[in-house]
Design a protein around this ligand. Structure first.
Ligand code: SF4
Length: 79
């Protein structure tokens, strides 16, 4: 499972960091770091973080998961 953060949208509110600290980290005031791949155990945290992001900058991709094959957590990332 993968995720992408649209850094053009991200405002550094850090809700994702509080909800999924294993996946997201803030360095300094605005630089968001994240792991582009996450495990099944982290799925709950990532889904909560994506839902809580006020600008919907977190895009989650389950396409490498055989039973889903759809993008969730917002619009597909284009460009
Ligand atoms: S919650 Fe959204 S806006 Fe805030 S740091 Fe995370 S991705 Fe960026």
């Amino acid at each position: 499972m993968r995720l992408v953060v649209d850094l053009n949208r991200c405002q550094g509110f850090a809700q994702c960091v509080f909800l999924a600290p294993d996946v997201f980290a803030l360095h300094g005031e605005e630089a968001l770091l994240f792991s582009p791949r996450f495990d099944e155990e982290q799925r709950d945290q990532v889904e909560k973080a994506a839902a809580a992001c006020p600008v919907q900058a977190i895009l989650v991709d389950y396409s490498d998961e055989p039973t889903r094959g759809v993008t969730r957590g917002g619009e597909p990332h284009v460009g």
